[in-house]
Design a protein around this ligand. Structure first.
Ligand code: SF4
Length: 366
């Protein structure tokens, strides 16, 4: 569909028309589709699209919130660093309230006052230059979308010969975790609504193995109501016609090979490694760690800590974020949802982050 302006993508008549088209092609049996990206989950409820779809079309929120999938061990490492008086932590805002085993960055910051929010990784370079007497640690959390900007920041720090800026990497890549979901028989997944932002970097080709090897329908979609409904329509048709393939509803942004320049910058600075995902455990080659060549910027070696690899630590919390991130339950099935756990008093990361499923359910679906 060739549309240009945002109000066209939100046009009520067109939106209702697409909802009808989905109903027309829906079979009587249930269809299970996962929206991998947290921004899709937010848009879906924010625009009330759930109320337009047939009951048989089950949408499952996936692990596409980078803050939510960061391990508890990673938060604990950040909290530990925060207690070092020579250190200043720079982070995106959502990380502040994620609970670690015993504390959070927000609580530590109240005591030590050394946690600052940044809006772009590149702000870290200026901050480090302005505070030469401090060790500045940036919490590098995100997927392929964020990784190029962080890689550029590391290259910039090298060019500036900075020796007081470090990165604690929890960067992750999306396609391999989708494989973990496909092989989980409990989910009975038939299709993926693939993330728009990540796909702009990695391209449509990155999902081919899911359609070809695992026979799961894929469609990359944008984030406006019409984008999402058209993406779902294309997925349902693939599933009904039993012709799984990778379709691209978001062709105004996403290309088959993605953004080769961004991929090159990522490959220049990072190497793939195993990474720990909340809810999944360690997944082979899903993380991005800083290459040896840029080791002077690696917080893990500078402070002799294990960030992501610390993984899971058992707690007595009844929070069910792990099951939510795996798509096994919906937020409402957690006994704490909207009672003990609210955005004002979040117990798990899925309620803290604006991309978290519990946060979206609470705000728009409670
Ligand atoms: S509602 Fe709160 S406690 Fe329950 S899974 Fe979500 S974040 Fe965790």
């Amino acid at each position: 569909m060739k549309l240009k302006f945002i109000d066209e993508f939100r046009n009520k008549k067109l939106v209702l028309g697409f909802a009808e088209k989905i109903k027309e092609v829906m079979p009587p049996s249930q269809i299970n589709i996962m929206e991998v990206c947290g921004t899709h989950t937010q848009s879906f409820f924010r625009f009330g699209l759930d109320e337009l779809l047939p009951r048989e079309l089950k949408l499952i929120a996936g692990p596409g919130c980078p803050v939510c999938v960061s391990s508890q061990g990673y938060i604990d490492s950040a909290v530990k660093l925060c207690r070092d008086k020579s250190v200043v932590i720079l982070t995106f805002g959502d990380m502040l309230r994620i609970p670690g085993t015993h504390s959070s960055l927000e609580k530590e910051s109240a005591c030590f006052g050394n946690v600052h929010i940044v809006y772009s990784p590149l702000d870290c370079v200026r901050f480090a230059k302005n505070h030469p007497d401090k060790k500045i640690v940036f919490l590098a959390v995100g997927f392929e979308t964020t990784a190029p900007a962080i890689a550029l920041t590391i290259l910039s720090a090298k060019k500036e010969k900075l020796r007081n800026l470090f990165f604690l990497s929890s960067l992750k890549t999306i396609p391999p975790v989708m494989k973990e979901l496909v092989v989980d028989k409990r989910l009975k997944l038939q299709g993926f609504l693939c993330p728009g932002h990540v796909s702009a970097i990695i391209g449509t080709n990155a999902y081919e193995f899911i359609a070809k090897k695992y026979k799961i329908a894929c469609c990359i979609a944008g984030f406006e109501p019409l984008d999402i409904l058209e993406g779902l329509y294309l997925l349902v048709r693939q599933i009904v016609e039993k012709r799984p393939q990778v379709m691209n509803q978001y062709s105004r942004v996403v290309r088959p090979r993605g953004n080769p320049r961004a991929q090159k910058i990522i490959a220049r600075v990072f190497k793939t490694s195993d990474a720990y995902w909340r809810g999944f455990g360690s997944i082979h080659n899903t993380g991005l760690k800083i290459k040896k060549e840029f080791g002077v910027f690696d917080a893990e070696s500078e402070f002799c800590i294990k960030g992501e690899s610390q993984g899971y630590k058992a707690t007595k919390s009844q929070c069910r974020c792990a099951d939510i991130l795996r798509g096994l339950i919906s937020p409402k099935e957690c006994g704490l949802f909207s009672k003990a756990c609210t955005p004002e008093n979040p117990i798990g990361p899925c309620m803290v982050s604006t991309e978290g499923a519990c946060n979206a359910y609470y705000k728009y679906h409670k």
